[in-house]
Design a protein around this ligand. Structure first.
Ligand SMILES: [Zn+2]
Length: 418
């Protein structure tokens, strides 16, 4: 069901392809490939910021930048308040040089939270201050079975147990200094993308570049259809989500609803839909907004979009940062599926398209509550009593693992979400 205060826009229907989907799959994948090709660990995001502004310019969407480069783009609606916003983050995980080692290798610390287990074997680029880029590999301290034999298998997993081996002639600290390297140099991790014909996309940094590409595909669909939005929608691209800052600093004063786009994890015990969109009900910071969450679920049902709902224990997103910064806004989290998040990640095009279809429906839906245009107001138009519960089992994925997702009610709607 739909929460009582929610009304359908009714009047107009956006353009859709022959399968009824507003999202251009080729554009989405091509955009994702370009985003992945630009290294953007937190703290080194200027290049990708400029790239996304060019893309927005091509789509004819006005934007402005914060001092450090978070982007706020504007899709104008028929009404200007209460505004809504959708946010995705441009920054990714990475690493930083902690020390130049006497053996001519580099000690690293992670940028963002990720295990060195997934760093072992990664091809990387070191970004020196003079703009030179040096290539290398992150290897365990005991990297050769021929030398260390079974010690390779018993070596602990931690960032102290790996080092960066440069593809340069360097065997001592002085060699590293000669190469112009410094403590604090940023290390970007190769995305190693593969786009399979069957729709699987495998790469590092799909978190959140798959979300950014999906949001741009939604923006393209909105621009090309010409169907007016009921209210202004801001597209926010943040630059430091992986280090916890998120959408704390790029909101308009009058944004009332914020939908964060990020990954939903495919893992045992999770209810995420591998080929649909997943609405997060709670993350480690607490529940998402009751009304906005149910509004997104209702849109999925109304538009036949494959979906599920899930709860994440070890998880924070742009939305959490926005609330922590003191913004009194309704927040929700809509997820594309991601296997092995913050590691060797994999998603599926159907999941990205389901997410895009939901966002497209969302920006064309009426604002949740007109009273949200005001920061303070009377009781009279406050939403009460709470809406009645959703239909039972509507978003239950039945079992926890991705392998059985095809048997779930969510994925039984999958074809409708294409
Ligand atoms: Zn992340």
């Amino acid at each position: 069901m739909r929460s009582p205060a929610v009304q359908s826009t009714g009047a107009s229907t956006p353009a859709r392809d022959s399968e009824g989907c507003p999202i251009d799959r080729q554009y989405l994948l091509a955009t994702l490939a370009r985003l992945l090709s630009i290294p953007s660990p937190s703290g080194m995001t200027d290049e990708i910021v400029v790239h996304v502004t060019h893309e927005l310019g091509t789509l004819g969407i006005p934007y402005s930048l914060t001092r450090r480069g978070a982007i706020r783009a504007d899709l104008e609606g028929e009404h200007h308040s209460p505004d809504r916003a959708i946010v995705a983050h441009l920054d990714t995980l990475g690493a930083m040089v902690k020390a130049l080692k006497p053996n001519g290798r580099l000690e690293l610390v992670p940028i963002g939270t990720w295990s060195s287990r997934f760093a072992e074997g990664a091809r990387v680029t070191v970004h020196a201050d003079d703009d030179r880029r040096l290539r290398g590999t992150i290897v365990p301290l005991k990297a050769s079975g021929h030398t260390y034999n079974e010690q390779v298998d018993t070596q602990p997993v931690s960032w102290e147990q790996v080092e960066l081996r440069l593809d340069e002639r360097c065997a001592c600290l002085e060699d590293l200094v000669q190469l112009g390297l410094n403590v604090g140099d940023t290390v970007s991790i190769d995305p190693q993308p593969e786009f399979a014909d069957n729709g699987f996309v495998v790469a590092r940094h799909l978190d959140d570049k798959a979300g950014v590409a999906t949001l741009l595909a939604v923006a393209k669909a909105v621009r090309e259809s010409g169907v007016p939005l009921p209210v202004d929608c801001h597209l926010l691209f943040t630059i430091s989500e992986e280090v916890g800052v998120g959408a704390s600093h790029v909101l308009h004063g009058d944004v009332a609803e914020l939908v964060s786009i990020d990954n939903g994890t495919i893992a045992p015990g999770q209810n995420t839909s591998e080929y649909g969109v997943t609405i997060a009900m709670q993350d480690s910071t607490g529940p998402f907004d009751w009304h906005l969450t149910r509004h997104l679920l209702a849109l999925c049902r109304d538009h036949g979009i494959a979906h599920a709902r899930d709860v994440f224990r070890h998880y924070k997103s742009d939305a959490a940062a926005a609330l922590a910064a003191g913004n009194d806004i309704r927040t929700a989290l809509a997820c594309f599926a991601l296997d092995a998040s913050h590691g060797y990640e994999r998603t599926h095009l159907d999941s990205l398209v389901a997410l895009g279809s939901l966002l497209h429906a969302y920006v064309h839906s009426a604002p949740l509550f007109q009273r949200d245009a005001m920061k303070l107001g009377p009781l009279a138009d406050f939403p009460h009593p709470p809406p009645s519960p959703d239909p039972p089992s509507a978003e239950h994925a039945v079992t926890a693992t991705s392998s059985v997702d095809s048997r779930s009610p969510a994925s039984s709607e999958r074809s409708a979400g294409k």
